[in-house]
Design a protein around this ligand. Structure first.
Ligand SMILES: Nc1ncnc2c1ncn2[C@@H]1O[C@H](COP(=O)(O)OP(=O)(O)OP(=O)(O)O)[C@@H](O)[C@H]1O
Ligand SMILES: [Mg+2]
Length: 252
């Protein structure tokens, strides 16, 4: 099995702000990676770079052997924040079906195909929210919205699923349900998940990357392994100083 994602010497700047510095990271096909780190550490930027939404100034990202550009990428994405007008009348099922846009059977201004509908309904069932299919999005709770967004990302039938804090504002029970679900689909889909719920997610993932502008750790998902790391970037001198993260002070 090859790499789903290969990131080499990647640096990303927003004008003068360095969001990512010299990142080297690979995700195996079939991998399940949790990306952790403090606010502003570059986690969302890393996902956006994999999606091709943000262009790197240095280095490169390769997704299944190709540069990430165009709409035919086999990648599903659940963004960190999803803002919508709660008064806007859109049903849950219709939101999931937007994941079918650009798929072969979808024709703009025509009805979506039977396969699209079956797939969307099945995803809602699998995520345990089939009964909500005709509800308006504006009537859902935060956890229910997250599940709809995961269903929409999976409606793309992706080979890679990128999720940016899908369990933020979700109760403990729903967090575990979402992580369990992701573990189940991981047999078919490579999963990269940004989260601050590190202790909860550890039993489910295969590897963990700690990102704080630079990549400080990438390896097994064991708290003790991360705790004993000196938290200096691979191949770099110890940055030292108060900004050097430790397991106690990173503020989760
Ligand atoms: N569009 C943008 N324009 C300018 N700076 C940005 C932009 N997006 C992110 N940044 C900056 O890049 C850095 C990394 O941001 P990013 O959103 O990737 O962090 P994060 O790890 O996802 O944080 P959080 O845990 O708060 O979501 C931060 O310093 C942020 O202020
Ligand atoms: Mg973020």
């Amino acid at each position: 099995m090859g790499y789903a994602i290969e990131i080499k010497n990647l640096s990303v700047y927003y004008n003068s702000i360095c969001a990512l510095s010299n990142i080297n990271l690979t995700v195996d096909e079939g991998g399940f990676l949790a990306v952790i780190g403090p606010n502003g550490g570059g986690k969302s930027t890393l996902l956006k770079t994999v999606l091709g939404y943000v262009r790197p100034q240095e280095g490169q990202v390769v997704v299944f052997g190709k540069k990430p550009e165009g709409f035919d990428m086999p990648v599903g994405y659940v963004p960190q924040s999803y803002s919508f007008d709660r008064q806007f009348p859109i049903r849950v099922l219709d939101v999931v079906l937007t994941g079918r846009l650009g798929k072969s059977s979808f024709k703009p201004f025509f009805r979506y195909g039977k396969k699209d509908l079956e797939l969307a309904l099945n995803l809602l069932e699998v995520l345990g929210i089939g009964r909500l299919k005709d509800r308006q999005m504006g009537q859902l709770s935060g956890g229910q919205i997250q599940k709809v967004l995961i269903a929409r990302a999976l409606a793309v039938e992706p080979r890679i699923l990128l999720l940016d804090e899908p369990t933020a504002n979700v109760d403990g029970e729903s967090k575990s349900q979402i992580f369990k679900f992701l573990k189940e689909i991981n047999s078919r889909v490579t999963v990269v998940l940004v989260t601050h719920d590190i202790e909860l997610v550890y039993p489910y993932v295969k590897s963990v990357a700690y990102l704080n502008r630079e990549l400080y750790y990438c390896g097994k998902p064991e708290l003790k392994d991360i705790a004993v790391q000196p938290f200096k970037p691979c191949g770099e001198p110890d940055p030292g100083g108060p900004s050097s993260p430790t397991f106690e002070n990173h503020g989760w």
